[in-house]
Design a protein around this ligand. Structure first.
Ligand SMILES: Nc1ncnc2c1ncn2[C@@H]1O[C@H](COP(=O)(O)OP(=O)(O)OP(=O)(O)O)[C@@H](O)[C@H]1O
Length: 669
């Protein structure tokens, strides 16, 4: 039985169209031609790429001398791993798929009667903000075999839990400062009606079972339910790094931040070595030990509620890559670009968030702070992608820039070289570990294990490979990008690997069966064809043209009230343009550009958020369409696969998600 810790998932985005910058006729350039539907009024600049709407968790941090804007941005948005898994699995068995194989060509079809109502539950928790409980806390706490505690001052509050000091009642003399018998402990309360507890104790408990007490993770001594609350009894810690920075006039010394870097990398290494990714690395979640104890210079990482597995426990293999652009987990300010893009979390994400944490502590600000409004998450992500390490770290010592360069270039399943990252900061920290502002014992142990001298972190000769220059786009790959929309049950069929000569037959057969083409793509001069009964079109024409786009034919169809509804270009220069009547469009233009102008990462957004149809090859065409009315919010998923996603399509059909668009082209992995 999964134990869930759930919370706020981002609301579904509305699929607002993007208005063209300028649809008025303009001089035609060599590489850039734009065609506008005749007789229509020029479009105005009215919109932007529709953002991922990222709702924040509701928690505010203590002692905040920050603006509301800051406080909101720092809160974590979370969907539990189990919640996601459940979403993925529900309804998978629902669809019975017909499949016919014709030579190399493939066809798949989802019949209308495959409907299973469970399939729509994929987004049933979406958009719901967790309400805080107002139930009074118990006066005394006693869970499992724990001593009794009196609740004292509040230590902090997050989106899920409230943390208080628990003072042991009837404490023996002498009093212990730490451990299960400690006079003071931290008590983390989560109300049993909180969504994180729908399925029993908070998910975080499981993670603490696996990680609690490991290097840099506080020990949990007791846990259990008392009345309305799930309560965790843990070692009491001191201020967070955010508190320290905030109480020190928003500054922190370079040596202190370098020590934090060194120790935090070693803590992440430990967590990762146990198969987990933390998922919400930020200054608020790094705590120092209790002041006045031997741990006061020791660094801890708390809040394991967003931790996920990067490695499968039984097989030991890396989890599979997936991308769900509508799911965001983490804290907007510190999240990795991959997290913004909805990519499955892996070790690289914790390190990227750590890099942002370090730059924040050092510089007091990150370049993407200050965005406001619904599309904040999107703006932040765009800014992160557009900020090269040299700009981000312009006023930081070189090791910080090198660290950023290394971590933003990590591949999804790449093993980070923790020792190398630690060694970057060697020149900044003092030689004597005993007088460093932060205890770096964990990092020293790690370096010792990998064969470096105690005390110093310098890498061995020859290990000083230069960090890669900023190439934060990942490795180029040629992939299928398929977008799925939640729809009422309908018939959908796909064909792929279709040669020119077979195209007409498939389209004709589809039309006879009441299907219209909804999307086309080309891979190695063979076509992929998606046909379905849910397009709303009344008539359809298409043209397979040996040239990229046959302007005259398109203009002719525009005159007859057909609008471009699907388009693809093949490597051999031919193009397939489908035009339909009964579309939602009232205005349309298309623009040919040089395909190289497209930034591959932006494609993630283009295909996800823009209601334009386009095809990518050496040349590309953007078709800009103004719809009659604002499209409703939709549940949507995007996949990138190296092969045509025939298996995935069937899984999606099982969840009543239908292919809305498909294309094949150069992306990044
Ligand atoms: N063991 C501890 N000792 C002292 N303070 C603690 C301890 N654990 C948590 N806190 C304080 O309580 C705050 C909230 O704790 P935590 O981050 O675990 O809660 P959360 O509800 O999961 O938060 P978030 O919304 O950030 O996910 C922390 O930022 C910290 O200030």
């Amino acid at each position: 039985m999964p134990q869930l810790r759930s919370g706020v998932r981002i609301g579904r985005p509305s699929k607002r169209p993007i208005a063209a910058d300028n649809t008025k006729p303009k001089p035609v350039k060599e590489e850039e031609k734009k065609t506008i539907k005749k007789g229509r009024k020029a479009n105005r600049k009215t919109g932007q790429i529709n953002p991922v709407v990222q709702k924040n968790g509701r928690g505010r941090k203590k002692a905040a001398v920050v603006s509301d804007e800051d406080a909101d941005e720092k809160n974590a948005v979370r969907t539990t791993p189990q919640e996601e898994e459940k979403d993925k699995n529900e309804g998978l068995a629902a669809a019975e798929i017909k499949k016919e194989k014709e030579e190399e060509e493939e066809v798949g079809e989802k019949e209308m009667d495959d409907y299973d109502s469970a399939g729509l539950s994929a987004d049933k928790n979406l958009g719901a903000e967790e309400e805080g409980s107002t139930a009074p806390l118990p006066e005394r706490v006693q869970v499992g075999s724990s001593p009794s505690y009196k609740i004292e001052r509040k230590l902090g509050k997050g989106g899920f839990g409230q943390v208080y000091v628990g003072r042991r009642m009837n404490a023996p003399v002498p009093n212990e400062r730490t451990g299960p018998g400690a006079i003071e402990v931290a008590l983390k309360f989560e109300h049993r009606s909180s969504k994180g507890c729908n399925y029993g104790p908070p998910y975080e408990w499981q993670v603490y079972n696996a990680l609690g007490g490991s290097h840099g993770v506080p020990r949990v001594h007791f846990k259990g339910r008392q009345g309305e609350y799930y309560i965790m009894v843990m070692d009491m810690l001191g201020p967070s790094l955010w508190d320290v920075w905030n109480n020190n006039s928003h500054t922190m010394s370079t040596e202190m931040v370098a020590c934090i870097a060194i120790e935090a990398i070693s803590i992440l290494e430990k967590i990762h070595s146990r198969g987990y990714v933390h998922g919400d690395v930020k200054p608020e979640n790094f705590l120092l030990g209790s002041p006045g104890t031997s741990d006061e210079k020791k660094l801890f990482l708390v809040d394991l509620g967003l931790a996920t597995k990067w490695r499968d426990t039984s097989s030991g293999s890396h989890v599979e890559y997936d991308q769900r652009p509508d799911v965001f987990r983490g804290t907007v300010r510190y999240a990795s670009v991959h997290a913004h893009l909805g990519r499955t979390g892996s070790r690289r994400d914790d390190l990227e968030s750590l890099a942002y944490t370090l730059v924040f502590l050092l510089r007091g600000r990150l370049p993407w702070q200050g965005f406001q409004g619904e599309n904040k998450g999107f703006q932040v992500c765009k800014k992160k992608m557009a900020t090269p390490p040299e700009t981000l770290c312009a006023f930081c010592p070189a090791p910080f820039r090198h660290f950023v360069e290394y971590v933003v270039n990590l591949k999804f399943d790449e093993e980070p070289n923790y020792a190398k990252y630690i060694s970057l900061f060697d020149g900044i920290v003092g030689p004597n570990p005993d007088i460093r502002p932060i205890n770096t014992e964990g990092a020293q142990k790690l370096m010792y294990q990998v064969g470096h001298k105690r005390g110093r972190f310098t890498m061995e000769e020859g290990d000083e490979e230069q960090p890669k220059k900023k190439v934060r786009m990942g490795t180029p790959a040629t992939q299928w990008i398929s977008v799925y929309n939640a729809r009422r049950p309908m018939k959908q069929r796909y064909h792929y690997n279709v040669a020119d000569v077979r195209l007409h037959g498939h389209i004709q057969k589809g039309n006879e069966d009441g299907l219209f083409i909804s999307s086309v793509a080309s891979c190695q001069n063979l076509w992929a064809l998606i046909m379905d009964a849910g397009t709303g079109f009344t008539h359809q024409v298409y043209e397979l043209s040996p040239m990229f786009l046959n302007k005259d034919w398109i203009m002719e169809q525009w005159e007859k009230n057909y609008y471009i509804s699907a388009i693809a270009g093949a490597n051999n220069g031919s193009s397939l343009v489908v035009m339909s009547r009964g579309t939602q469009y009232i205005q349309q233009s298309y623009k040919e550009v040089n395909g190289q102008l497209l930034c591959p990462v932006v494609l993630d957004f283009l295909i996800r958020w823009w209601s334009w149809t386009f095809c990518i090859r050496v040349k590309a065409a953007f078709v800009l369409s103004v719809p009659r009315r604002k499209p409703a919010d939709e549940t949507q998923e995007t996949l990138r696969t190296s092969a045509f996603p025939s298996t995935h399509v069937k899984e999606k059909w099982g969840k009543n998600l239908y292919i809305a668009s498909v294309c094949y082209g150069r992306t990044v992995s």
